[in-house]
Design a protein around this ligand. Structure first.
Ligand SMILES: Cc1cc2nc3c(=O)[nH]c(=O)nc-3n(C[C@H](O)[C@H](O)[C@H](O)COP(=O)(O)OP(=O)(O)OC[C@H]3O[C@@H](n4cnc5c(N)ncnc54)[C@H](O)[C@@H]3O)c2cc1C
Ligand code: FES
Length: 383
């Protein structure tokens, strides 16, 4: 027989009991906050203060790239293939935030994966590829990004072209794995993806360092995609203006491109010239316009940093030991914005100047993105 609730329903009895237990627990952990104590023991719990994820496993892909599988916290809201996450990870006692594309669609086990290529002198990428250990907790932000296929694309005879190079394959493999799941018995031929017509042009320095080349070949062999693998050690530099020869029906396709800035710029110019639809995902911003530098000071205690006119304030400040907020490091997420109370900075992408004048501009400062701004003279950041 179920226990009758005194003065109310079973639900209100449980709710009252929960409240009493919470008060007892709060008293027991005082002076700490109960939520902090729970976060400590259950960092992935629902309603925790920060979204976090635990590294479940690390799988080498090539000699300098690895896939990291993560179990996100219960508040993870899911993603659309092609999107990226930002993770915050401590390296030598300093928290760094970086963006990484998700390399699977939503998985039945609720896990997510990223694939990282170690770049020369890269703090986070080398740490993740060569030093990440299962069990490690990382900070996580919800998925973001517009580099996704339109919803319902599977329903029509969509003609797509993916142009990728190096680690630029990562968002695309996420889309492809979602469209064509691979099981132990091979690539699934799902009715929903049956009518898609996909060509992938993937450029890499050589076959052994080509990330996901085996997955791409398996999709090609199963008839899911047509793969054009281009290895520059054998075939030389990939000439974007030959795309029309390699893909005779190029004009009928919507192109999604991800790779180094040089390749993306060429694809942009090529497609603009022909009036072809193009979606681009870029991993880093290149300096286009540099000027005279200066110094960067901080209103809170901190060093005044020499800041050349061709380098982001974020980089020079971090190198000088200043703990800076950051995210994508290429001008898209706004994770690095700080108010500038005085001085001028130059946008490295287009040369535009932003100026803060005490008494004239906003008293709290003018917001600037430190990842794409270089000092243009001396400036002071409220930080
Ligand atoms: C939306 C988005 C998605 C991304 N997805 C992925 C992904 O799926 N896989 C992945 O490996 N990376 C991805 N990146 C890049 C990633 O966020 C980091 O920039 C990269 O891992 C380098 O970080 P780091 O700390 O190792 O290098 P840093 O310590 O920040 O930089 C060290 C040096 O490397 C140079 N550098 C920085 N980034 C790159 C780069 N991408 N290529 C070459 N040189 C670079 C810097 O200019 C600097 O000289 C993505 C970036 C964005 C914005
Ligand atoms: S770090 Fe993302 S906009 Fe600057």
């Amino acid at each position: 027989m179920s226990r009758p609730a005194r003065g109310g329903s079973g639900a209100s009895f449980r709710s009252g009991l929960r409240q009493r237990l919470t008060r007892v627990a709060e008293a027991a952990v005082t002076p700490l906050e109960l939520a902090d104590v729970l976060d400590h023991f259950h960092p992935l719990r629902r309603d925790s203060a920060d979204l976090r994820a635990r590294i479940v496993s690390v799988h080498p892909e090539t000699r300098d790239a690895a896939t990291i599988v993560l179990q996100p916290g219960k508040d993870w809201a899911g993603h659309v293939p092609g999107q990226y996450i930002r993770i915050g990870i401590d390296v030598d006692g300093v928290r760094h935030w970086r963006a990484y594309s998700l390399t699977h669609g939503p998985r039945p086990d609720g896990r997510i994966s990223i694939t990282v290529k170690a770049v020369p002198d890269g703090i986070v990428s080398n740490h993740l590829v060569h030093g990440a250990r299962p069990g490690t907790l990382v900070h996580l932000e919800q998925a973001a990004g517009e580099f996704v296929l339109p919803s319902g694309i599977e329903q029509g005879p969509g003609k797509l072209l993916f142009v990728t190079a190096g680690s630029g394959i990562t968002p695309v493999i996420g889309m492809l794995r979602n469209l064509f799941p691979v099981t132990d018995s091979g690539v699934l031929d799902l009715p929903r993806s049956h009518d898609l017509d996909i060509t992938v042009v993937h450029v890499a320095p050589s076959e052994p360092v080509s990330i996901f080349i085996h997955d791409l070949r398996a999709l090609h062999d199963a008839g899911a995609i047509r793969l054009v693998a281009h290895h520059t050690d054998k075939a030389g530099r990939f000439a974007v203006d030959t795309l029309g020869e390699v893909i005779p029906d190029l004009a009928e396709r919507t192109t999604y491109a991800c790779g180094p800035t040089g390749l993306l710029d060429e694809v942009r110019t090529h497609h603009e010239g022909l009036g072809l639809p193009l979606h681009v995902e870029q991993f880093r911003v290149d300096t286009i316009v540099a000027g005279e530098g200066g110094t960067v000071g901080f209103t809170a205690a901190g060093p005044t940093v020499d800041a050349p006119g061709d380098r982001p304030i974020l980089d020079v400040a971090e190198e000088a030991g200043v703990l800076m907020p950051s995210g994508c490091r290429m001008g898209i997420c706004m994770g690095c914005v700080l108010p500038m109370t005085e001085g001028a900075v130059r946008d490295l992408r287009n040369g535009e100047l932003t100026v803060a004048v005490p008494g004239e501009t906003h008293p709290d400062g003018v917001p600037i993105q430190t990842c794409i701004s270089a000092a243009a003279g001396d400036c002071t950041l409220s930080h």
